[in-house]
Design a protein around this ligand. Sequence first.
Ligand code: NAG
Ligand code: NAG
Ligand code: NAG
Ligand code: NAG
Length: 253
Amino acid sequence: MSLLIVLVLFLHVVRALSTHNVIGYLGETVTLPSRADPSWNLSKIEWSILTNTTWIATHRGGATNIDRFHRYKGRLSLNITSGDLTIRNLMKEDDMEYTVNLLGPKREVKVIRLIVNKHLQKPTINALFKSPAKGGGCWMGLQCSSQDEGVDFSWKIEPPTEALFNTRHAERNPGEIFMFLKNPEIDVEFTCTTNRTTENVSSAFIQKFDDTRCKEHNCRNRYALCFAIGLAIGLAIAVVLYICRENISPPCK
Ligand SMILES: *[C@@H]1O[C@H](CO)[C@@H](O)[C@H](O)[C@H]1NC(C)=O
Ligand SMILES: *[C@@H]1O[C@H](CO)[C@@H](O)[C@H](O)[C@H]1NC(C)=O
Ligand SMILES: *[C@@H]1O[C@H](CO)[C@@H](O)[C@H](O)[C@H]1NC(C)=O
Ligand SMILES: *[C@@H]1O[C@H](CO)[C@@H](O)[C@H](O)[C@H]1NC(C)=O
């Protein structure tokens, strides 16, 4: 039993050592390098997938066949000089290991692991709160979120001197940032970037100098108005619900 495990691990390591990772993106084109010695004259190139060695593109005895497997029909090209295989219009199902058998002066087998990713989506920035401080300045909290999994978040504040203090809760909520703006009288731009090992993408949020939520004097009235409207809407909903529940009004049926 344990011998089997050791053997499996060993094979895994051997395989991993000779595997070359290539990253492609959905709908795009990728070239899998055969990594053949450029000085070789390749008399045979055989690209295959799956454990049952399903040929997808071959070059043997001067004849090239790139229409061997239905799923790749019309999406492949084979460079018979380099042995490189190009796959167009990438699909999620193309994400797997590809094996190439090369015959030149010697025989060689290479494994290429194709990883098919989706491009990162731009992150979304929401203001969690903005609140004027007594004696000037503004407290703010922003939340950056991404539809992509496993991304890291980073923030940039421009001009950098304007945020007196900022704190992030990386473990709890990776995209969140809280800060105190010393001088809400100028525009401050916050850029949130999400990144993965292979790419990154950003969105910006501009805190305008004329944002009344960051100004002390205008705030009271504004909050009072919002509260009054909120209360009125809440009451209206409550009344409608009450009427519906009591079956007083036929239009609700
Ligand atoms: C490769 O093949 C071409 C013609 O098929 C030949 O002229 C050339 O000498 C060969 N090169 C090597 C390195 O074998
Ligand atoms: C290998 O298996 C796949 C499905 O698992 C099948 O479509 C394919 O025809 C098989 N290839 C060979 C050469 O048997
Ligand atoms: C095939 O590969 C060779 C060597 O890398 C390169 O010079 C050539 O341009 C390639 N041909 C095509 C059609 O891409
Ligand atoms: C994003 O990628 C670009 C180029 O790929 C790089 O210059 C930049 O430093 C990256 N930014 C972050 C925040 O990782």
